[in-house]
Unconditional design. Structure first.
Length: 439
């Protein structure tokens, strides 16, 4: 049986000239991206050096009450010259100093064009809490090697796990310290807008966001239903359905409107949608943590490690759990507890993939289609080795553009672009903490 699909029967495709030009464009963009990374590294070097001057000025000052002035002055000096805000410039100076002084391997990879500035920021943000230089260097070596092969978002996820292994303080202690910093803050924006932000418990924040998303999607479904029922007939301006019919808010706008409805009235109206929608939060807890044999971190999908005590409390209040088995040596997901066609396979794939399998796409698996790599009509079987979570847009692209997909086994997929570039993607749920996974 063939292992990949080709896009036969297309009514469009690349001419030889278009393919050559696209390949040349891809290579040129890669060169530009690498050059930009090198310039970002040079900029970080200069910012760190100027930050060092300000720090030296601080060290010469007799009064601690004036320590903030040299940094503010330097930030303002640079901000005016570069037409940026002093606050943003001071943040960039601090990040640059951290990168150059505490993450030299990351800075070197950026200077060589092997990673981007976004990769570097994720690596330093996750590892800045590791106090020992030797432990930080070991963390850096592991994460930089990954960053050179994957996206900033995937780097962020893995970096938080690797940093956890190298941090001397217990996760629960650090979470308790961070919990003391929870707050709500307001930032006024131009054109009559303002931003209200919450810093708090990651599980609660993700749950609230998921609930807003679910309600927003329900509004969109309700809007589509009304449109179908009206069958293209414009309702009268005063009809009850008029507002729904003219509602063209997208998902992000609906989340914002529903959040304000909840805060101001306690009722997320969403055009009279009455159904109760509960938040769905995915947390993976090692059984050894659950029963108290060790304090390994649990994983909150889309965020990273959470402390074991929080995970155990959540386990005690949850009505049902899906048991997942992982390879004890590699940490690769193998199967789930029950086997029934469709439902069990879906649970398995959502747990395995986490997001759309196209590299860089962060659409959650629960919002994706389950796509047959080899189409069912072409003899493909309905088996997890022939299924991937693919978002609607990339699913359509796969079937209506000359992309080729190949399953490599164990959840790994190779995607070949129309110009012949290969991208290999592994499943999201793989433990990267060392030679033997703890769960």
């Amino acid at each position: 049986m063939p292992k990949f699909t080709d896009s036969d029967g297309l009514t469009w495709g690349f001419t030889s000239g278009e393919k050559a030009r696209t390949r040349a464009g891809v290579e040129r963009l890669k060169e530009i991206r690498a050059e930009r990374a090198r310039l970002d590294a040079q900029e970080a070097t200069e910012l760190a050096a100027l930050t060092g001057i300000a720090v030296g000025q601080i060290e010469r000052m007799p009064s601690p009450s004036e320590y903030a002035f040299p940094l503010r002055s330097m930030a303002t000096e640079l901000a005016l010259a570069l037409r940026e805000s002093p606050r943003a410039m001071q943040g960039r100076m601090e990040r640059a100093a951290e990168l150059v002084e505490k993450f030299p391997a990351t800075h070197a990879a950026l200077a060589a064009g092997r990673i981007t500035d976004r990769h570097a920021r994720e690596i330093s943000a996750a590892g800045i809490g590791i106090p020992a230089p030797e432990a930080r260097a070991a963390y850096e070596a592991e994460v930089v090697a990954l960053a050179e092969k994957t996206t900033p978002h995937r780097t962020k996820e893995t970096a938080s796990l690797v940093a956890e292994r190298h941090h001397p303080d217990v996760l629960a202690v650090r979470h308790e310290k961070a919990r003391a910093e929870r707050r709500v803050f307001l930032d006024d924006l131009p054109d009559g807008q303002s931003m209200l932000a919450i810093i708090g418990n990651a599980v609660a924040i993700h749950g609230a966001y998921d609930r807003l998303t679910a309600r927003a999607r329900a509004v969109i479904r309700d809007r589509r239903r009304v449109t179908r029922e009206l069958d293209g007939i414009e309702p009268a301006p005063q009809s009850p359905d008029a507002a729904k019919y003219h509602d063209d808010r997208h998902l992000g706008q609906l989340r914002a409107d529903l959040a304000l409805d909840l805060l101001l009235t306690g009722i997320p109206t969403g055009h009279d949608i009455e159904q109760d929608i509960r938040a769905t939060v995915e947390i993976t807890i090692p059984v050894t943590t659950l029963i108290g044999l060790d304090d390994g971190p649990a994983l909150l999908a889309g965020y990273g490690p959470i402390d074991p005590d929080t995970a155990r409390r959540l386990a005690g209040t949850t009505a049902g759990w899906e048991r997942i088995f992982l390879d004890p040596d590699t940490g690769a997901l193998l199967t789930v507890d029950h086997y029934t066609p469709t439902a069990a396979q879906r649970r398995y794939l959502l747990a395995r993939d986490k997001t759309c399998r196209v590299p860089g796409c962060e659409t959650k698996a629960k919002h994706c289609d389950l796509d047959h790599t080899i189409p069912y009509s072409a003899g493909g079987v309905t088996d997890v080795d022939n299924l991937n979570c693919v978002c609607e847009q990339h699913h359509m692209l796969k079937h209506h553009a000359p992309w080729r997909w190949q399953n490599l086994g164990h959840g790994r997929t190779r995607i070949t672009s129309p110009c012949g570039y290969d991208y290999t993607e592994g499943p999201s749920l793989i433990y990267t903490g060392g030679p033997r996974a703890p769960f």
